[in-house]
Design a protein around this ligand. Structure first.
Ligand code: GDP
Ligand code: GDP
Length: 438
């Protein structure tokens, strides 16, 4: 599972700047649902081949009536609790402040791995000013410049050092072992627990195991019609008697970790609420992850036919970037539409692990070219020679040829469409990579 790094510190020290430098995600996921007083941003980062999640706790305004520690605890405590590593950011230009001391005192009790990042230290990595931050009792200060990208790599290496696991330990990426690793994602109250309990309560569906925890993750193994599933917890599922219960209402971090850990993501949308900003954020993250996706509109029983029509249109519009994902209407409560949902999940899985051979792929791109030749750009016309499969979950097709930089996005989508049609891919993204030999 991806380690989680939380950025903590008073306002203006450069947390957002550092967040932007660490994350490659276009839009950070913003926790914009009720219950949070302030936005936290979540994004994906990568160091070499190691992935991690970054949480920016945002600024917290010191409030003279409540006192800084109390205020900070409110804004930051959950982020710290969910984090594996906390990066405490201070500002070398402003020096050590009483607020920093307060935050440090809080962090020392948090029982987490803490790194002290002294920001805005461009050209000052040997500065004697660094020395005063030793006082915080949080170990060696790491001088960095978020704005200029200095010291970031060694900070990250230190942050990720305990998670420096090899692939054997985490599994070498998605593998097809016949077990569908499934994450159920969606906003609070969309019906995740209801659906899971309905599933696990079904007679034919036997939850046969609940293995131990890996850093808090719980997975439930079950089997349906001979198909094995591993349901990855997104919301602190706990067994309560025969029923599984989500004890924590919603955790963005758990959702993100479950998505990266899954083969297939079931994205639940609430028919009575429509597609929210939050749904779109999660959907965007799923798209970036390359996982297979099935969208289920839950509580279909609770809306009338006019609303159904409206909703269908708005979903198609707002989640247009997940065009490959099938959309099913269900009622977890009334147990409606669940059969087709199982089928869709299974098809998404088999599409994600479709095996494509070099001869077939090569023939497909040749036929595609005959049907519609890529346009000449500059002096040379792109020439595709052959293609092979470069990965699964998502399937990656690598096309080799000459002058391929001239292939437009439109043409790539055309190729994608032809490959999708041929292999009948549903519910999985398909990646096309071009390799030009001049
Ligand atoms: P936050 O409130 O902690 O999220 O801080 P921001 O990321 O918004 O940064 C506050 C200010 O510090 C902005 O004007 C940034 O441009 C500036 N800043 C951030 N990082 C650096 C840095 O490494 N060097 C310098 N000189 N300025 C920085
Ligand atoms: P979670 O927070 O995503 O786990 O959502 P819950 O499973 O706790 O459900 C939230 C509320 O929605 C509960 O009151 C459920 O009874 C209700 N609910 C869940 N599924 C359905 C459904 O299919 N139809 C209707 N009408 N209500 C549902």
């Amino acid at each position: 599972m991806k380690p989680v790094i939380a950025l903590v510190g008073r306002p203006n020290v450069g947390k957002s700047t550092l967040f932007n430098r660490l994350t490659k995600t276009r839009d950070a996921i913003v926790a914009d649902f009720a219950g949070l007083t302030r936005d936290r941003h979540y994004g994906d980062g990568r160091l070499g081949d190691r992935d991690f999640i970054v949480v920016d706790t945002g600024g917290f305004e010191p409030d003279s009536t409540t006192g800084i520690v109390k205020e900070m605890a409110k804004q930051t405590r959950q982020a710290v609790a969910e984090a594996d590593v906390v990066v405490f950011v201070v500002d070398i230009r402003l020096g050590l402040s009483a607020q920093d001391q307060d935050i440090a005192r809080y962090l020392r009790t948090a029982n987490k791995r803490i790194l002290l990042a002294v920001n805005k230290a461009e050209g000052m990595s040997d500065s004697p000013l660094l020395g005063e931050f030793h006082e915080l009792g949080l170990g060696e200060p790491h001088p960095i410049s978020s704005a200029h990208g200095q010291g970031i790599r060694s900070l990250l290496e230190a942050a990720l050092e305990p998670f420096d696991k090899t692939e054997e330990e985490f599994g070498a990426g998605p593998q097809e072992d016949g077990v569908i690793r499934l994450a159920v994602a969606g906003r609070p109250n969309v019906g995740k627990s209801t659906l899971i309990n309905t599933w696990l309560g079904e007679e034919r569906l036997v939850a046969f195991d609940m293995p131990g925890t890996t850093r808090d993750a719980i997975a439930v193994d079950f089997e349906r019609h001979g198909q094995k599933f591993k349901l990855i917890d997104t919301a602190g599922l706990r067994r309560k008697g025969k029923v599984f219960e989500a004890i924590e209402k919603f955790s963005v971090v758990k959702t993100l970790q479950a998505i990266s850990d899954a083969n297939v993501v079931l994205l639940l949308v609430d028919a009575t609420q429509g597609v929210s900003e939050q749904d779109a954020h999660i959907a965007g993250y799923v798209l970036d992850s390359g996982r297979a996706v099935v969208i289920a509109v839950n509580k279909w029983d609770a809306i009338d036919s006019y609303q159904r029509e409206q909703l269908q249109r708005s979903i198609e519009q707002r989640l247009a970037f997940l065009k490959f994902a099938p959309i099913l209407n269900i009622s977890a409560l009334k147990r409606q539409g669940l059969g087709p949902l199982w089928d869709a999940l299974a098809s998404a899985y088999s599409s994600a692990f479709k095996k494509m051979t070099t001869p077939v792929l090569t023939r497909l791109i040749q036929e595609a070219t005959q049907h519609q030749t890529p346009k000449r750009i500059g002096a040379f016309r792109p020439k595709m020679r052959y293609a092979h499969q470069g990965g699964m979950n998502p399937p990656i097709v690598v096309i080799h040829g000459n002058s391929l930089e001239g292939i437009t996005d439109v043409y790539k989508r055309y190729l994608e469409g032809r490959i999708r049609d041929h292999y009948k891919l549903v519910g999985t993204p398909l990646k096309i990579e071009l390799r030009s030999s001049k």
